[in-house]
Write a protein that binds this ligand. Structure first.
Ligand code: NAD
Length: 362
């Protein structure tokens, strides 16, 4: 019997990279029945709702989704669909592997890092108070009364909740992931020296959970600012990184930079019994419809998805086909050429064709 999987094409470059990934996944021979669910700009135009209920219902039913990026206009009060999907499905673990691929322009070689980012809390919990509103004024006066500290009246307020519950499950997830994938070390990254009551919980809980894994996985801790420097100077000293939501978002882009950019960085959002697979990159609207951007991040997200549905062989073949096409450097998108203006680069869809052709020989 085939797998039933939700496909959310997304907007901007989403539909192009999602189509490329879908074709590559199908070319592995794994039988998949796709249930297409529209979210993002197209959903606003068609249904007047950026995240129609059927999108969440479809993922709940099928337990697995492949999702293209969806844009979020900045500072308009318009909530991120990407964050909303993770929250609605309690996909608490964001897994973002950064692995070097031969043939990709980068200052580093042999990078093999995995960022595990807590997805449900922190400054991304979506609890914000807009500057000037009565509720915001009320919150400001309450905080001033409790803390005897002043907040400027023209401030907006974002809430940063970090709980023991959510930290325990993400840290345990990171250790279990490390054991499952034969990894040696988990580094917890916080700013607990300053954010004592939020990052402090994250660090102390991680220390407690780490005791359960003593002798199995090395536990290590770092401050996020220092970690940003360490990752640039000595990325090979690190293995699995576990972080609260905001730092995880930033550090995973840094790690994508170490391997040559967002075009090749895949990701997964995982909950207790379901998962949504998506690239680290966004909807890059300026490239929409140009058949130009790199489909690799989305295809490798498909590789992670194949592993999740226990199609390991197909996952290995698709990863190898992608790696081979990149290392040969012929049928690759502009960002993978030594000179980005190299006119021999191919489009999104042609790079997928080359990967499909390669799959036929593996
Ligand atoms: P972005 O990742 O969309 O693009 C930044 C730049 O990275 C692009 O201009 C391009 O130069 C490069 N890039 C990205 N993807 C690429 C690819 N596949 N191949 C080659 N180059 C690629 O980031 P942004 O411009 O900050 O965000 C655009 C929109 O996407 C925003 O609305 C943002 O909120 C949203 N976003 C969505 C997700 C998601 O769906 N999970 C993630 C991040 C950002």
């Amino acid at each position: 019997m085939g797998h039933k999987i939700t496909l959310i094409p997304g907007d901007g470059i989403g539909p192009e990279v999602a189509k490329a990934a879908q074709r590559c996944i199908e070319a592995t021979g794994v039988k998949i029945e796709w249930e297409v669910a529209i979210a993002g700009k197209d959903a606003v135009e068609k249904f007047g709702n950026i995240l129609p209920d059927n999108v969440i219902e479809s993922v709940k039913r099928n337990k697995v989704a492949l999702k293209g990026p969806i844009g979020t206009p900045i500072g308009t009060g318009f909530r991120s669909v990407n964050v909303a999907i993770r929250h609605a499905l309690d996909l608490y673990a964001c897994v973002r592997p950064s692995k070097s691929y031969e043939g990709v322009r980068s200052n580093y070689k042999d990078i093999d890092l995995v960022v595990i980012r807590e997805n449900s809390e922190d400054l991304y919990s979506g609890i914000e108070f807009e500057e000037g509103l009565p509720a915001t004024k009320e919150i400001i006066s309450q905080i001033e009364a409790f803390t005897k500290k002043n907040i400027r009246p023209d401030s907006g307020i974002s809430i940063k909740p970090i709980s023991k519950f959510a930290t325990e499950r993400i840290v345990r997830f990171a250790f279990e992931y490390a054991i499952r994938s034969n990894r040696k070390k988990v580094t917890v990254i916080t700013k607990a020296n300053i954010m004592k009551f939020t990052d402090g919980i994250f660090l102390n809980t991680a220390r407690k959970i780490a005791q359960e894994y003593e002798g199995k996985v090395i536990f290590d801790e770092a401050l996020v600012d220092n970690m940003a420097m360490q990752l640039v100077q000595k990325p090979h000293n690190y293995d699995v990184l576990v972080l609260p939501n905001l730092y995880g978002d930033i550090i995973s882009d840094l790690c994508a930079g170490l391997i040559g950019g967002l075009g090749i960085a895949p990701g997964a959002n995982i909950g207790d019994d379901m998962a949504v697979f998506e690239a680290v990159h966004g909807s890059a609207p300026k490239y929409k419809g140009l058949n130009k951007v790199n489909p690799t991040a989305m295809i490798l997200s498909g590789v992670l998805m194949l592993r999740f549905i226990k199609e390991e062989k197909a996952a290995d073949r698709l990863e190898k086909a992608t790696r081979d096409v990149i290392s040969e450097g012929k049928f690759v998108t502009y960002d993978l050429k030594t000179d980005p203006k190299d006119t021999s680069s191919v489009g999104t869809s042609e790079m997928a064709d080359a990967i499909i052709a390669k799959l036929g020989k593996i």
